[in-house]
Design a protein around this ligand. Structure first.
Ligand SMILES: Nc1ncnc2c1ncn2[C@@H]1O[C@H](COP(=O)(O)OP(=O)(O)OP(=O)(O)O)[C@@H](O)[C@H]1O
Ligand SMILES: [Mg+2]
Length: 507
C-alpha cells in the first residue's frame, strides 16, 4: 500500500483525566452498576457469584467475585480499556454485553478505584484504574496490582480454580468521607445494599429460578441463608394468575416473544404475597412491559410508546397487567438498548402487534382489578377456570388459561418442548365445538356429564392427588394452603369434600 494516499490529519487523543471523569456521569444507580458486573460474570460462565457490601467508613468497599473462566494478563488489560470491543461486533447469542464499556463506566460511577483481579490457568493478575492517579498524571496509565492499602478483600480464594474479582474502593459517591462510626452514613450504606439486593432478585430472576438454578447469587454472606431468591414479577406459581399464550413476533434481526399475565386481585393474596408481589418499586411502577434481553431484565414495567395519540401512563386500574417481552441480543440497535442496559424502545414496525396484545391484557386486568363479574374476574368466592372467554371486536374467543395450575405445570415441565404443547393448545382453542355443544344442550336437552356429576370420577381423583402433590412438593405449599387453593380451582372446586379430605402428606 502506498502510504502517501493517507489523508492529512491531526492526532487527537482523549484527555485521560477528563474522559474518565466524564464517564462517571452516565447516571448509573448502584443496582444498575452491580447488575452490569454480574452480566459480565454470567457471560464468563459463572455459576456462583458473591456480592459483598462492606462498611468501613471511608475505606468501605464493594466486592463482586465470580467463578467464571477468568482472564489472563492480556485479556485483563484489554478488558480494562474503555471501548474494549465495538458495539457493531457480532456477539455470541448468550453474551450479555454490547458496548465494551460496562465494567469501567458502571464501576467508576460508584468508586474512584476500580481493581480487577482475575485467575486463569493458575495465574492471578490484577490491574486497577485509580481516578486520582490518572488526574495527577493525566495519562492513560492502568496500574498493576491491587491498591497498597487492600488486604484479604483483594484475594481470590484458593478454592477457585478460575474466576474474577471486581473491587470498588474509595467510594466517594456512596460513602464519601463519613467516619467509620457515623451511624447515619452506615445506615444509608446498608439501605443501599438492601435495595441492590432486591433489584438483583428481580433483574436476574430468570437465572435464579427452578429447582436447579443456573446461577447462585450470594449477598453479604456465604451460607444458603444469604442466597438471593428470585422475584417472579408474574407470580407464575400462584394459581389465581392468568396468562395468555406465548406469542412469537418475527423480526428480521431476531424474533421477539411476548406473553401477557394478569395477576391475582388483592383479595386472592395473603398480606405477605401482596407485599412481595409489589416488588422493589411497588405495584403501580411494575405494571406493563417487562423487557428481557437474553433472559436478563432490562426494563421492569411501563407502557413504552404504545398509546395512539395520548401516551399510556401507569395507573391503578392496570396495575395487575404485566407482560413478558423477550429479546435476543441481535436486535440491540433496533430496540435502542442503552449502555446501562436499562432502556429499550420498541421499533415502530412492532408497535401495532404489541399494542393489540397490551390492549387485551389491560382490559382483562381492569376487570380483575375492578372486581366486576364476567370473564376472568376472580373474587374469593369465584374459581379459577381452565377456559376463559375474551370479547373482541371480531367476536368471542375461548382460550385455555396458561395460568391454570394444571396447564402451568405441563408448560413448565415441557422445557424445550413447550412450543409443541403451545401448538396443541392453540389447535384445541381454535376448534372448540361450540356449535355441537349448543345443539346437544339446547335441542336434545342433554347436559354435559361433567357439569352435573356430584362425585369425583376416578380419573379426576388421580388428577386431584397429583396436583396436590405438585403443590406440596414443587410449589412448597403447606397442606392447608394447598387445599385452600384447590378449593378455588376448577373442576376441584366442585368437590370440596374430596379436597378437604386430602391427607397432610401423600405417599
Ligand atoms: N467477570 C469477568 N470474567 C471474565 N471476563 C470478563 C469479566 N468482566 C469483564 N470481562 C471481559 O472484559 C470485557 C469488557 O467488559 P465490559 O463490561 O467493559 O464490556 P462488555 O461486557 O463487552 O460490554 P458492555 O459495555 O455492554 O457491558 C468483556 O467483554 C469480557 O471479555
Ligand atoms: Mg459488560
Amino acid at each position: 500500500l502506498d502510504g502517501s494516499s493517507e489523508p492529512k490529519y491531526d492526532l487527537v487523543v482523549p484527555g485521560a483525566s477528563a474522559l474518565l471523569q466524564s464517564l462517571r456521569g452516565v447516571g448509573y444507580s448502584p443496582w444498575a452498576a452491580v447488575a452490569d458486573l454480574i452480566d459480565n460474570s454470567i457471560t464468563a460462565g459463572a455459576r456462583r457469584i458473591h456480592v459483598n457490601f462492606v462498611w468501613r467508613g471511608p475505606s468501605s468497599f464493594v466486592r463482586i467475585l465470580d467463578d467464571g473462566h477468568g482472564m489472563d494478563q492480556t485479556e485483563l488489560t484489554a478488558a480494562m480499556r474503555p471501548g474494549s470491543m465495538s458495539p457493531l461486533e457480532r456477539r455470541s447469542t448468550a453474551d450479555l454485553g454490547r458496548f465494551g464499556l460496562g465494567l469501567k463506566t458502571a464501576s467508576l460511577s460508584q468508586c474512584r478505584i476500580l481493581t480487577v483481579i482475575s485467575k486463569k490457568n493458575a495465574e492471578v493478575t490484577a490491574r486497577r484504574w485509580d481516578l486520582d492517579y490518572v488526574a495527577q498524571v493525566d495519562k492513560w496509565r492502568l496500574l498493576v496490582g491491587p491498591p497498597d492499602e487492600s488486604g484479604d478483600e483483594a484475594q481470590i480464594p484458593e478454592a477457585f480454580t478460575s474466576g474474577t474479582l471486581v473491587l470498588w474502593s474509595r467510594m466517594d459517591r456512596l460513602v464519601g468521607s463519613a467516619p467509620h462510626d457515623d451511624p447515619a452514613a452506615r445506615a444509608r450504606f446498608f439501605e443501599t445494599a438492601r435495595l441492590v439486593e432486591r433489584h438483583l432478585a428481580m433483574i436476574f430472576h430468570r437465572f435464579l429460578e427452578g429447582a436447579r438454578p443456573r446461577l447462585q447469587l450470594f449477598f453479604n454472606g456465604e451460607d444458603q441463608k444469604s442466597r438471593i431468591l428470585p422475584w417472579d414479577p408474574f407470580m407464575q406459581l400462584h394459581p389465581a394468575t392468568s396468562a395468555t399464550p406465548a406469542e412469537r413476533i418475527t423480526h428480521p434481526n431476531g424474533d421477539v416473544e411476548v406473553q401477557g399475565y394478569v395477576l391475582p386481585h388483592k383479595d386472592m393474596l395473603t398480606p405477605d404475597e401482596f407485599e412481595a408481589g409489589g416488588g422493589p418499586e411497588g405495584w403501580l411502577a411494575h405494571q406493563g412491559f417487562f423487557i428481557y434481553r437474553n433472559r436478563r431484565l432490562l426494563v421492569p414495567g411501563g407502557w413504552p410508546l404504545l398509546g395512539t395519540g395520548r401516551k399510556w401512563t401507569r395507573d391503578d386500574v392496570h396495575r395487575l397487567a404485566r407482560i413478558r417481552l423477550d429479546l435476543p441480543n441481535s436486535s440491540d440497535a433496533d430496540w435502542k438498548i442503552d449502555i446501562k442496559k436499562s432502556a429499550a424502545v420498541p421499533p415502530s414496525e412492532l408497535r401495532p402487534r404489541l399494542r393489540g396484545l397490551a390492549e387485551r391484557v389491560r382490559a382483562h386486568a381492569r376487570e380483575v382489578f375492578a372486581h366486576r363479574g364476567g370473564r376472568g374476574t376472580r373474587s374469593p368466592s369465584e374459581v379459577i377456570r381452565a377456559w376463559t372467554s375474551t370479547h373482541l371486536e371480531e367476536g368471542i374467543t375461548y382460550r385455555i388459561d396458561r395460568g391454570h395450575p394444571s396447564v402451568r405445570r405441563v408448560l413448565d415441565a415441557a422445557g424445550d418442548q413447550r412450543r409443541v404443547v403451545e401448538e396443541m393448545l392453540t389447535v384445541i382453542e381454535s376448534t372448540v365445538p361450540v356449535q355441537r355443544i349448543w345443539l346437544d344442550t339446547a335441542e336434545r336437552g342433554d347436559v354435559p356429564h361433567a357439569e352435573t356429576s356430584d362425585e369425583l370420577s376416578a380419573d379426576l381423583s388421580v388428577s386431584l392427588r397429583s396436583l396436590y402433590m405438585y403443590m406440596l412438593g414443587e410449589l412448597r405449599l403447606t397442606s392447608t394452603e394447598a387445599r385452600r387453593r384447590l378449593l378455588a380451582i376448577e373442576p376441584f372446586s366442585r368437590f370440596p369434600a374430596s379436597v378437604c379430605s386430602l391427607p397432610d402428606t401423600l405417599g
